[in-house]
Design a protein around this ligand. Structure first.
Ligand SMILES: NC(=O)c1ccc[n+]([C@@H]2O[C@H](COP(=O)([O-])OP(=O)(O)OC[C@H]3O[C@@H](n4cnc5c(N)ncnc54)[C@H](O)[C@@H]3O)[C@@H](O)[C@H]2O)c1
Ligand SMILES: [Zn+2]
Length: 365
């Protein structure tokens, strides 16, 4: 098991990455919070519980079983109404301020569970046990929690850091291959913006990563988490450096929104967004041709990316509305080379249009 530490102004916690963590989960928990008499609640989805619940539950003493709460899979359940229902269930089951919530599932469970923990009795402790690659490399770390509104994703939320994160890469065995690849694009992002070694590892170990070899997955999860942990530790609230994590995300979010969140998984939309950001970086002669080609090849190597159709004015409009834009200022993350990122504020509509034209030529093929 590898451990990475996240240290921010408001919290400090370990992220454990490895194999065979679930069967020993309760004993890890005892080390984290010894002698505690707190009640434990697990928020999960019916599918994750059916697949992996036994392993996690078997680690608890028979006379102190945790209480299980369920949220069905799907963005449509990542809503305030469900958080209210879950809070009611917590209170009916006797949860109090000392109770501990375990968010056991993908990013949706992590975001909704983290938010539930942030607001139940003004905040209880929680632990992330992510089971998708996306959640392990990205969403379980950094303390952003929240739910969707009908008018947009993640529009209600709060910063609430977990007590710890336990990422058992063995749970990725049952993840549909498309979900695995979608998560890998966030790792590719990590390599592009800050970690040349991770970038090379992704270039050189495609086979073992895509076939889900645990050692390879453990490597990329821990490297991606280390990258995010470092960035979040320097800039917890996204006032500066944390912006670089949005590489590929402004246009990626726009693509997701314009295609109605149906056609593409988040990571796939981000892959298209990264290709567009590479186009802008390269057209400005910020990014040397050779490195641009390596980056594009790496993204394609973990495809194929699903095709989509969209109108450029709709994409520009959606990108302009991205909540990461500040007071009308459009910020974009570009890359000057492998392992580097810069935030710029002067990207023009013409540059974006040209980048979008270039990816749409591929996307509608
Ligand atoms: N908080 C953050 O910083 C942050 C960052 C990125 C994304 N997010 C959020 O994360 C969410 C997406 O997360 P996601 O990609 O994990 O999606 P998800 O939670 O919907 O999981 C994807 C699918 O995989 C299934 N699944 C999960 N683990 C499995 C396993 N081990 N075996 C088989 N099936 C499994 C789920 O039931 C679901 O159907 C979005 O809501 C997004 O907004 C948050
Ligand atoms: Zn993302």
């Amino acid at each position: 098991m590898r451990t990475i530490h996240v240290k921010t102004a408001s919290a400090s916690y370990p992220v454990h990455v490895g194999c065979n963590i679930l069967p020993q989960f309760a004993s890890h928990l005892r080390k984290l919070a010894p002698r505690a008499a707190y009640r434990i609640f697990i928020l999960t989805s019916p599918r994750i519980w059916a697949l992996w619940g036994k392993q996690l539950a078997s680690s608890f003493p028979k006379d102190q079983p945790p209480t299980i709460l369920f949220l069905p899979a799907g963005e449509q359940y990542k809503r305030l109404s469900h958080v209210e229902r879950l809070a009611t269930e917590l209170s009916q089951a006797g949860a109090d301020r000392s109770s501990l919530l375990i968010a056991f599932g993908g990013g949706i469970i992590g975001d909704a569970g983290g938010f539930l923990a942030a607001i139940f009795m003004r905040g209880i402790s929680y632990i992330q046990v992510p089971t998708t690659l996306l959640a392990q490399v990205d969403s379980s770390v950094g303390g952003k929690t929240g739910v969707n509104l009908t008018t947009g994703k993640n529009l209600i939320g709060s910063f609430h850091h977990p007590l710890a994160v336990f990422a058992d890469v063995e749970t990725l065995e049952t993840l549909p291959p498309r979900e695995l690849r979608a998560g890998l694009f966030e790792s590719i992002k990590a390599g592009i913006i800050r970690d040349p070694k991770l970038f090379r590892f992704l270039e050189q170990n495609r086979e073992s990563i895509l076939t889900g070899e645990p050692a390879a997955l453990e490597h990329i999860v821990s490297a991606s988490v280390a990258m995010k942990a470092e960035v979040v530790s320097i800039d917890e609230r996204e006032s500066g450096l944390r912006m670089i994590l949005n590489f590929g995300h402004t246009l990626g979010h726009a693509i997701e929104a314009v295609t109605g969140y149906k056609k593409l998984l988040h990571g796939e939309a981000i892959a298209w967004g990264m290709l567009a950001a590479l186009h802008v970086s390269r057209s400005r002669h910020l990014l040397p041709e050779k490195e641009a080609v390596r980056m594009e090849r790496l993204i394609q190597a973990y495809g194929p990316l699903p095709r989509f159709r969209a109108r450029i004015p709709d994409l520009l409009d959606a990108a302009g509305r991205d909540k990461k834009n500040r007071a009308g200022m459009r910020r974009y993350v570009l890359t000057p080379g492998i392992g580097k990122a810069v935030v710029v504020e002067d990207v023009t509509d013409a540059e974006l249009t040209s980048a979008l034209e270039s990816i749409l030529r591929e996307a509608v093929r």
